[in-house]
Design a protein around this ligand. Structure first.
Ligand SMILES: Cc1ncc(COP(=O)(O)O)c(C=O)c1O
Length: 415
């Protein structure tokens, strides 16, 4: 235990102890995870959104195992890479060129490099409190940071990054009037990592149009939402016309893989060798096998049913807490939503940070864990459901929420 910094390799994985015990997961299957003591939990973190077909999907596992047998690192061009790119590009419209990477952060990083190289400009604008990965440039202004709340009044900026206030239409015009050096704006379909704050009608399109008018590119960061609502990019369904997008998570059902997709002219610099890229593991056979097999399954999956099932769960969760006199509202979509200890869902990060209640979220996490459901412990966390969260699992989740709400009544009730 003494060797692992902070006991885990990603800060997102830190959980409080329950009855003095630390949680260690041994295995997962479908909607379920088992810990090292053999206890079973319904999972709602689902690889932080990566696991859409359920844990340890047999078809994906078989494809990846075969690739592993055939060599995980053959160095050279291999037989699985084009097929994976074709399967992905079938769903990304005019963003028809693909570069595979390994994590969402890496894909965003490469997309930003593409935008800087294409425009010759230096800065990336991102949404304050949006999460576009943990790399230096874009972790500036992440949720709970001082910058995310514009604490000093002025727009927080570095030489390479500047921030926009999410859902503030006028702020977009102001940014471009102030700064001619914006290479790209990164847009997320919603501020998922700030508790699923939804964009106001027309907001994303407005940001895109202003950016394009000023010669900047638009990067849709679809690492979390891509392929989650339907087999494709959420931004395209919203009528956006981005120049680049980052995808990850759900495209490999939990196997580490991500990609940049873009318009051919924007990525030409890479094709001609003028812009650097690399990666020992980029586009490796395991990742490509995961993408091809996952997308083939997603092509045949009933997303409408999944989202409806999640919407019904959202309504039920709100009602369960209401019955205990606890104000709870959800925001987001049926298969990915945040839970707020408040009467009204936030539409800005200023509102979100005011109503965020870490004590409530931690207490809810612990009470649910005791009732057999694993949920992120932060007020900015999310509930995910997968295609394996069938009616029985959803019913069991409602039951667990009922037990948790009853437990939280004394401390958080009275609304
Ligand atoms: C929208 C978004 N972009 C980028 C990332 C970074 O992806 P990764 O954790 O795979 O580096 C995440 C991860 O949660 C994300 O949600």
């Amino acid at each position: 235990m003494a060797n692992l910094v902070g006991d885990v390799s990603s800060a997102a994985r830190i959980l409080p102890d329950l009855h003095g015990e630390t949680l260690f997961i041994r295995k997962g299957k479908g909607a379920w995870l088992w810990d090292d003591k053999g206890r079973r939990y319904i999972d709602t973190a689902l690889g932080f959104g990566a696991v859409l077909l359920g844990h340890a999907n047999d078809t994906v596992n078989e494809a990846v195992t075969q690739a592993l047998h055939d060599s995980a690192s053959p160095s050279w061009a291999h037989v699985r890479e084009h097929a994976a790119a074709t399967a992905l590009a079938k769903h990304t419209g005019s963003l028809s060129k693909v570069m595979f990477t390994n994590s969402g952060s890496e894909a965003v990083h490469l997309a930003c490099r593409a935008a800087r190289a294409y425009t010759g400009r230096g800065k990336i604008a991102k949404m304050a409190a949006g999460f576009d990965g943990w790399f230096d440039d874009v972790s500036f202004g992440n949720v709970t940071s001082r910058e995310a709340n514009f604490a000093d009044g002025a727009r927080p900026s570095t030489e390479r990054t500047t921030l926009l206030r999410f859902n503030d239409f006028a702020d977009v015009e102001r940014l471009f009037a102030e700064d001619p050096d914006i290479a790209a704006v990164i847009l997320e379909p919603m501020l998922a990592n700030a508790g699923c704050i939804m964009p106001l009608p027309g907001y994303l399109k407005h940001v895109q149009d202003v950016a394009h008018r000023h010669g900047a590119l638009v990067i849709c960061d679809e690492v979390l939402m891509g392929f989650r609502l339907f087999v494709g990019l959420a931004g395209l369904r919203e009528g956006l016309d981005p120049d680049l997008a980052s995808v990850g998570k759900a495209i490999g059902n939990g196997v580490p893989v991500s990609a940049v997709v873009g318009k051919p002219e924007i990525l030409q610099g890479f094709e001609e060798g003028r812009v650097a890229r690399g990666g020992t593991f980029s586009g490796n056979p395991l990742a490509c096998a995961a993408v091809s097999s996952t997308l083939a399954l997603l092509d045949e999956s009933d997303y409408d049913r999944l989202v409806q099932r999640g919407e019904a769960l959202r309504v039920a969760v709100e009602a369960i807490f209401r019955a205990q006199g606890i104000a709870v509202v959800t925001s987001g979509y049926g298969n990915v939503f945040g839970i707020w200890h408040a009467a009204v869902a936030p539409t800005t990060y200023a509102e979100a940070s005011t109503i965020a209640n870490p004590a409530f979220s931690k207490a809810l996490h612990l009470a649910l864990r005791e009732a057999g459901v694993l949920m992120m412990p932060s007020p900015y966390g999310r509930i995910y459901i997968s295609f394996e969260h069938g009616d029985e699992v959803i019913e069991a989740m409602k039951e667990a929420f009922g037990q948790a709400a009853a437990k939280l009544r004394l401390e958080f009730g009275g609304h």
